[in-house]
Design a protein around this ligand. Structure first.
Ligand code: TRP
Length: 334
């Protein structure tokens, strides 16, 4: 029996941090044996809100590819490619854009939150939201469907994108009287979301509160040492009331593959500072193989480019197969 198709990806806007790693990268690595896996570096999507900063996007294409490979994504098993190298995705985006109303896009909860964030930074909504940005869920539907993907491992914030994709697929089939695509399903990782080390709900580069996979052991230890906790003296796991310390317990539990509520029992009578050094040394030990692999990859930029080139060829083949079905269904196969 042939394997089900899986596709996922990252926007290349910065190196990956441990939130990405425990939340989604580990998940996709675990799934690569059982699925025909495609991993996409979403440079076109990154450009929707970084169009004026193409250098940043370009630099991070290789960074995120290396982070994923260092974490165990294996080019012998998964197809790694760059979004902009598959023009059929752009073509499919144009066709799908007829099937989605502007109001639906404005109501998309993830897009809505991002627009609110931007309006805060840049002023009035209408002046900061481009047509391309508003439409990125449509383009993401094209990402997912051009390989006719069935499974999409993502974080919770991406659920509206998968839902939008399902709506587009159903509408496409109904209007063009065909059945080309499987209905894609999200696959969420079951580990809770890691917060920023400053207590912010999100670990993110722009907030400067993240531990990167590529950080040195010293940087990692320093970041943990200065992470926000509270003025109590006992360690517990109570994310609502004690978010800072609970977040560190969560990271500790993920390293040791246990539930945070269970591992906290091992930390009774341990001081915050002793716990922080234990956490730093365990996290560094956990990440050592990955960091070694990353250093090795950094010394072979040509190898990464070759992998992405092979991935491009394979993804292009699949894209042409899909597009010939799509063009026939839409009666534009002249
Ligand atoms: N939107 C995703 C993110 O911000 C990245 C992405 C682009 C993606 N295309 C995708 C994820 C297709 C899954 C499937 O992280």
């Amino acid at each position: 029996m042939s394997k089900k198709v899986l596709l996922t990806g990252d926007r290349p806007t910065g190196p990956l941090h441990i939130g990405h790693y425990f939340g989604s990268v580990q998940n996709r690595v675990a799934m690569q044996d059982d699925y025909d896996s495609y991993y996409m570096v979403a440079d076109v999507q990154a450009l929707t809100d970084n169009f004026n900063n193409p250098e940043k996007v370009r630099e991070n294409v290789i960074e995120v590819a290396m982070d994923n490979m260092a974490a165990g994504l294996d080019p012998k098993k998964a197809t790694l490619f760059i979004q902009s190298q598959i023009p059929q995705i752009a073509e499919l985006t144009v066709f799908y854009s007829n099937l989605v109303t502007v109001n639906t896009l404005k109501r998309n909860p993830t897009v809505k939150a991002e627009i609110a964030e931007k309006s805060e930074l840049f002023g009035r909504e209408g002046e900061s939201v481009t047509y391309g940005f508003l439409g990125y869920p449509v383009s993401q539907a094209a990402d997912i469907t051009f390989v006719r993907s069935e499974v999409v491992p993502v974080g919770e914030d991406q659920l509206p994108m998968i839902e939008q994709t399902r709506e587009i697929v159903e509408k496409f089939h109904r209007i063009y009287n065909c059945s080309i695509f499987p209905l894609p399903q999200a696959k969420l990782s079951d580990s809770p979301r890691i917060m920023g080390l400053d207590g912010n709900a999100k670990m993110s580069k722009s907030l400067n509160n993240a531990i990167y996979l590529k950080d040195s052991p010293e940087e990692t230890a320093e970041k943990i040492k200065t992470a926000t906790t509270d003025s109590e003296t006992t360690i517990s796991y109570d994310p609502q009331r004690r978010p800072g310390i609970s977040n560190l317990v969560l990271i500790y539990s993920l390293i040791h593959n246990k539930k945070p509520g269970d591992i906290v029992k091992d930390l009774q009578g341990v001081t915050y500072s002793a716990f922080k050094s234990r956490l730093a040394s365990d996290l560094n030990a956990h990440l050592t193989p990955l960091r070694n692999k990353r250093h090795e990859l950094e010394s072979k930029p040509h190898y990464i480019k070759e992998i992405l080139e092979m991935g491009r060829e394979k993804a292009l083949k699949k894209a042409e197969e899909t597009m010939s079905l799509v063009r026939a269904a839409m009666k534009i196969n002249y």
